[in-house]
Write a protein that binds this ligand. Sequence first.
Ligand SMILES: *[C@@H]1O[C@H](CO)[C@@H](O)[C@H](O)[C@H]1NC(C)=O
Ligand SMILES: *[C@@H]1O[C@H](CO)[C@@H](O)[C@H](O)[C@H]1NC(C)=O
Length: 471
Amino acid sequence: YNAYRTPTFPQFRTQYIRRRSQLLRENAKAGHEPAVRRQYLKLRAQLLGQRYGPLSEPGSFRAYSNSVVRSSRTTLDRMEDFDEDPRSLGARGHRRSISRGSYQLQAQMNRVIYDERTPGSVVPTSVAEASRAMAGDTSLSENYAFAGMYHIFDQHVDEAVPKVQFANDDRHLLACCSLDGSISVCQLVPAPPVVLRVLRGHSRGVSDFAWSLSNDVLVSTSLDATMRIWATEDGRCIREIPDPDGAELLCCTFQPVNNNLTVVGNGKHNVHVMNISTGKKVKGGSSKLTGRVLALSFDSPGHILWAGDDRGSVFSFLFDMATGKLTKAKRLVVHEGSSVTSISARSWISREARDPSLLINACINKLLLYRVVDNEGTLQLKRSFPIEQSLHPIRSIFCPLMSFRQGACVVTGSEDMCVYFFDVERATRAIVNKLQGHSAAVLDVSFNCDESLLASSDAGGMVIVWRREQK
Ligand SMILES: *[C@@H]1O[C@H](CO)[C@@H](O)[C@H](O)[C@H]1NC(C)=O
Ligand SMILES: *[C@@H]1O[C@H](CO)[C@@H](O)[C@H](O)[C@H]1NC(C)=O
């Protein structure tokens, strides 16, 4: 309810809960008619029981003065369980144990207090250990403990799966594309997981695809020099658009604010902004890089586009929202001659720090984290993490920003057939977890919106869905 009520002002959510529990406590002290109150509490418990299942502490209504606070705590805990970050609404319904209840309430309060130190800000300070406490006082490594495999999809085995991605705000819808020329859309729950449909039509390998914001459309790019637009509902191909240069298409991304526009990168060194309503390239929306364009990423407001090529350069472009025009801004040579195979942008590195960042894979046996230092997309290397990548088009991602967690993690594939998790804020021993199970280079990784599942794909065509350990 609170996530819906004030989606853009998370600080009001906790304020409401805090005020409510304050009123409950004041009322308890004021000494209202005990019989009425008992009746009220009984009714309330019944309603709560109907809505959320039986209370864990049925005896708690005996002591009158205690019952108000205790039952309100129980309620708060339950609310807390459903009080998810708007980004992870899909997580609703996933309920934690309420036995740590009072501690969670305290943590919630602490967070509010910290939040209010900087009015208008929703970001706790780095001393807000409450975030950690709310996650059960676990370390990032415990947060990223995976219990094992949930499912293995092998419908593309023998041809690489360069991209795997969960749908937006959906815990159980997944798609992957393959060099076998098809894209599959998979449903993970109810068990057993199924391949809902296979999108066929491209005559050569599919290099990349993207979900639209509302998941109703997928765009794909292919080595057959076309992009296709698909209706995910029934798997129909809505439109086939040839590359303006007739070149192999290697990557694509939606304009995050206007999903009618998609940017593609091709084998003739060009990026093109495509209007998918018309199937035409946008005037002024094309630009040339120094090599084959392998990776694209917008910042979240859609103002800056970064594009990486196989000669080791990353270019930033300013995107004009009204016209779709691109203006070349900055160039960074990550490593001369080494392919830039993945770029991901993130405007907040963690809940605690607004530190716009870019994550880059570049075939130099390292995953690179850059800071974005100005409005033109200028990059400054912040740190790097050792992986194995000298050849394959390996991709990496930032973990979703969860409302209860401190710190930040990134996940990447690697040629040693492992999936690596790194804590970007830990100075030494940054590896948080390593998943082994693939039998070929791991090319891409994707988290679902509540991080309960991670999917990884490899150069042998296997897709593994990993399940996070439930505490
Ligand atoms: C996208 O295109 C559709 C139809 O072509 C139009 O109704 C809609 O307003 C467009 N959206 C934006 C953000 O331009
Ligand atoms: C894309 O095409 C639609 C439909 O013709 C048009 O209304 C819209 O203005 C175009 N967008 C851009 C940025 O050119």
